[in-house]
Ligand binder design. Structure first.
Ligand code: SF4
Ligand code: SF4
Length: 393
């Protein structure tokens, strides 16, 4: 057990935020609007210490020397999907995730990391991907190699999950960018974005991989990087400038932003009338609350003639997490399952035939829950749908 009031607490850098907490519980629920829970971690853990208010209390107690870091805090800190619902609904506008990041880093510095996550990120340091696959196979999904490491102003950053596990997602994003006529490059030596290291509280390891990727993209003359995975995009746009201490030399955009712009410019069109097709759209937490991208996916869906978008009651900034964020699947499968089933029931209640999303983690989670529930609702990547019915000019 660590000693109270240790001098090297990362938590000190966010002490003011912890003292700003009023204990109002707006971060837990919107019960003044109805019985609507916001926080998957609290819904699963069932104790206040699993929610934002409890974590603020824990942080303050550590800062004041009344509590020490020990094993009992591991699930209280790491069983959190980093969905940012608490931050977005905080009465005092506290950036709660900054406090959680500091708690994770303090725990990691004391060797207190959930065991499966610790093993996954140790493997990641060797193979540069979360799945323990050979690094040489990272771009094995690519049919043609001519874009690899080609100097270009635009790059497609693939990410570990599309590169190794959801290769059709990587192929769909690549095909959409190619069909749009963009001159773009793909990195032959792409490493994991660093997001898993940050989730495990390992800032120095995150800095090393971020430096590698940023330098490689810069050498190719890239001015805009297109991401399929919102987690990778956040690691670049939000985390890398802070971790590396410098602004990025390129813009970071999501593929739905790229495609929505093409729709707006009339370069991407949907000519076939989708008679009677009802879809719903799940906002990935990192893309929506994390990066503020709510309108681009909807603009693409709304450009599809005849398609009706049936929104879930909890959408945009109120969207409930799918349950797969922040790598909780390694150590807290019960949290993943409970949250996924709750969200999928909301999807089904819209009456939609198809649930669209645009994040590899959400897509993997929903396809798993779809199988578990034997649901009639199909799950689909929005970019795959664009490829199926879109026409570029
Ligand atoms: S980030 Fe999401 S899961 Fe974590 S405490 Fe906040 S609302 Fe709960
Ligand atoms: S909403 Fe913000 S201020 Fe209120 S209890 Fe939650 S973290 Fe504290």
């Amino acid at each position: 057990m660590s000693k109270p009031n240790e001098p090297d607490l990362r938590l000190r850098s966010v002490a003011q935020s912890t003292y700003e907490c009023l204990r109002c519980a707006f971060c837990f629920d919107l019960s003044w609007l109805g019985p609507v829970n916001l926080c998957p971690s609290y819904a699963w853990g069932a104790f206040e210490s699993y929610g934002a208010r409890g974590r603020m209390t824990i942080a303050r107690a550590i800062l004041e020397g009344e509590l020490a870091y020990d094993e009992s805090l591991i699930p209280r800190v790491f069983a959190c999907t980093e969905c940012r619902a608490c931050a977005d609904h905080c009465f005092k506008y506290i950036d709660t995730n900054k406090v959680y990041t500091a708690l994770r880093q303090d725990l990691a510095a004391r060797g207190l990391i959930p065991p499966q996550l610790a093993a996954a990120v140790d493997g990641l340091a060797e193979s540069h991907n979360l799945y323990g696959e050979p690094h040489a196979n990272r771009q094995a999904w690519l049919k043609h190699r001519e874009r690899l490491d080609k100097p270009a102003r635009v790059a497609f950053f693939v990410g570990c999950t599309p590169a190794y596990v959801r290769r059709t997602m990587a192929g769909d994003a690549y095909a959409a960018l190619e069909a749009s006529g963009l001159d773009f490059t793909v990195l032959g030596d792409e490493w994991c974005c660093g997001h898993p290291f940050l989730a495990a509280g390992q800032r120095e390891r995150a800095a090393e991989v971020m430096r590698h990727n940023v330098d490689t993209l810069t050498r190719l003359g890239v001015e805009r990087v297109v991401f399929d995975c919102p987690g990778c995009m956040r690691a670049f746009r939000e985390d890398a400038p802070e971790v590396l201490g410098e602004p990025l030399p390129f813009a970071a955009v999501h593929i739905t932003e790229e495609l929505a712009r093409q729709v707006q410019e009339g370069r991407l069109r949907f000519d076939v009338f989708q008679s009677g097709v009802v879809v719903t759209y799940h906002d990935p937490c990192t893309l929506g609350r994390g990066l503020g991208v709510y309108d681009a996916p909807r603009a693409i869906i709304e450009a599809m003639p005849g398609m009706r978008l049936a929104e879930m009651p909890r959408h945009k900034r109120d969207a409930y997490c799918c349950g797969a964020g922040s790598f909780v699947r390694y150590d807290y499968p019960g949290l993943v399952e409970k949250t996924g089933v709750e969200r999928f029931r909301e999807i089904e209640a819209t009456g939609a035939q198809v649930a669209l999303t645009t994040c590899p983690a959400c897509l993997t989670q929903f396809q798993h829950i779809h199988g578990k529930l034997q649901s009639r609702v199909q799950v689909m990547d929005l970019v795959a749908l664009v490829n199926r019915i879109g026409r570029w000019r």
